[in-house]
Design a protein around this ligand. Structure first.
Ligand SMILES: Nc1ncnc2c1ncn2[C@@H]1O[C@H](COP(=O)(O)OP(=O)(O)O)[C@@H](O)[C@H]1O
Ligand SMILES: N[C@@H](CCOP(=O)(O)O)C(=O)O
Length: 318
């Protein structure tokens, strides 16, 4: 589930009245997603997504996140634009929580991606990287290897051991990743969470890249490595699909060729990507009660991917 807050019909109608989008016809909570509450809102003029920011999102970052949607959308990327209210603001507050109305995009998220879809996503990611280069705002990555190791230390060895006896090995592996981490790769604004559930597609066409709430300034090749780790394995991270990996990187390079330094850094960047999702998943696992309605994501799914990248090295990107 991802509707953490109840919004009464009258409250929704009052909110929608602040936008030039016609009259409220219906609003349905959207079950998918983890971090925010989302509603599919229908008005007399069309469909919209209403997002209420619940967790991990600092309101001070909203000009960055929502401005980025508008910037990428204006550049022709398949990214939803923000609907501004009658005062020109991109978000409003309801009971102390920020809400934004966002363009609805068609499409469905692939559950078992095909190579043609991975290729299209690679290309869409590269286009977004190029288009974001002149976005005038910056946001530091607060989930870089040093930060994610700090999150894991906060979780503590005993708690990690309680999730899985093999999980505490991440401390030593993570310290190794941090020691070798490249700092000088070409940068742009990166999505940094481009899992299949954050991409809407119709067949092999990307119709929407959504959920930019981890976007930050960072290495473009790192974003490609995150997408590789997210798209090219089965859910448990046991099976790597080489066809998907090749198609994703080829699709990316058709639009933005990697330089040699980026290409040789990919295995380590992918290890760093796994470290990041192990940390956030472990933290969420420990913070979320077992009986909560939100489906907890297992950090071990990314521990297996990490082991794959460590063993495969450059051949994972051959
Ligand atoms: N702009 C959009 N157009 C169409 N559907 C969307 C849009 N934004 C979000 N959704 C739907 O809402 C779901 C949850 O959105 P998401 O931003 O991923 O939430 P969370 O941040 O909680 O993960 C998505 O899986 C998708 O079904
Ligand atoms: N993609 C992350 C979870 C982030 O949640 P999201 O719903 O905001 O995309 C993971 O799989 O660990």
């Amino acid at each position: 589930m991802a509707v953490y807050t109840h919004l009464a019909a009258e409250e929704l109608a009052r909110l929608i009245a602040h936008y030039d989008v016609g009259d409220l016809v219906s609003a349905k909570g959207i079950a998918e997603g983890v971090s925010n509450s989302n509603w599919l809102v229908e008005t007399s003029e069309g469909r919209f997504i209403l997002t209420m920011y619940e967790r991990r999102i600092d309101t001070a970052d909203l000009p960055f996140f929502l401005g980025l949607l508008d910037h990428l959308s204006e550049a022709g990327c398949p990214v939803p634009r923000t609907i501004h209210d009658s005062a020109g603001d991109a978000w409003r507050m309801i009971d102390g929580k920020a809400v934004a109305l966002i363009e609805f995009l068609p499409g469905v998220s692939p559950t078992s991606p095909e190579p043609g879809q991975a290729r299209a996503v690679g290309s869409a990611l590269a286009r977004a990287h190029l288009a974001a280069r002149d976005f005038p705002r910056a946001r530091p990555n607060d989930l870089a290897p040093a930060d994610t190791l700090a999150i894991l230390r906060q979780c503590g060895t005993a708690a990690l051991h309680g999730i899985d006896t093999e999980l505490p090995a991440i401390f030593e592996i993570g310290a190794g990743i941090l020691r070798k981490w490249p700092e000088e790769l070409p940068q742009s604004i990166i999505h940094s969470d481009l899992f299949p559930d954050n991409v809407l597609m119709l067949g092999e066409r990307v119709t929407g890249i959504i959920d930019f709430y981890f976007a930050c300034t960072g290495a473009m090749a790192y974003d490609l490595a995150v997408t590789h780790a997210a798209w090219c394995f089965d859910a448990r991270g046991e099976q790597f699909d080489e066809r998907l990996g090749r198609a994703l990187v080829e699709g990316y390079e058709e639009t933005r060729p990697l330089n040699e330094i980026e290409r040789s850094a990919l295995p380590l960047l992918a290890e760093g990507a796994c470290l990041r999702f192990i940390a956030s998943r472990a933290q969420d696992w420990l913070d979320t009660p077992e009986d909560a309605l939100v489906q907890r994501k297992n950090p071990m799914d990314f521990m297996r991917r990490l082991e794959f990248y460590r063993a495969a090295g450059q051949s994972a990107f051959a």
